[in-house]
Ligand binder design. Sequence first.
Ligand code: FAD
Length: 198
Amino acid sequence: MGNIPRQKNLAQTAPGQEGQQWGDHSDLVILGSGSTAFAAAVRATELGKSVVMTEDRTLGGTCLNRGCVPSKNLIGAAQLVYDSSHPRYPGLQSAPMTFNMPELIEQKDELIRTYRQQHYASLLARDGMPGPRVVYGHATLVDPHTIEVRASDGSLHHLRGEQILIATGSSPFLPDITGLAETPYLTSDLLSSRERCL
Ligand SMILES: Cc1cc2nc3c(=O)[nH]c(=O)nc-3n(C[C@H](O)[C@H](O)[C@H](O)COP(=O)(O)OP(=O)(O)OC[C@H]3O[C@@H](n4cnc5c(N)ncnc54)[C@H](O)[C@@H]3O)c2cc1C
């Protein structure tokens, strides 16, 4: 992509949304804040580039919030419950385990909150330290160098980037099955933690 003129930096940090920066120009603007976005953002920051990510759900994307991390945590717990009723070794008596589902979900959510803070939020720019910034809202590509972000309050912000990376991941596909709309069903989003920005 060609060079574009730099605009005056209008950076502002909203309370509780560290790294938020509005209406500015960056070397790299990324749609999404999942693992793909973070890998690119961290590398670009290491190279001395200014980076802004955008996110319309939760910092960290699918793997952290509703994919790899919560699924392996709950699968591990389910394995323990299963093994207690189905011991693998002759000589072990089955001793079915009881469990408290809300507590299990709460420990999973706490794990994700901690992991999000330690491995994602802590990498963002703050206190004068360099790092990627995050703008929350639904991002749309306007032109090869401009992204429009619609925040949850309906306000629009424009981000300009020397380079743009689309790292928006994927979402569950709902097959066109007769009767599905009238039937309760689950997708992988059932693993969503109590999603918050940070
Ligand atoms: C249940 C489950 C278990 C999984 N387990 C594993 C595993 O064990 N190992 C493994 O390697 N992979 C696993 N995966 C796959 C893994 O989660 C994905 O490959 C990975 O998260 C993709 O990362 P990404 O950054 O490309 O996309 P995502 O993590 O999906 O990030 C994209 C982000 O972009 C945001 N976004 C989308 N559109 C916009 C927009 N217009 N504006 C602003 N933001 C937007 C989304 O909200 C999202 O946060 C699993 C997935 C699921 C669902």
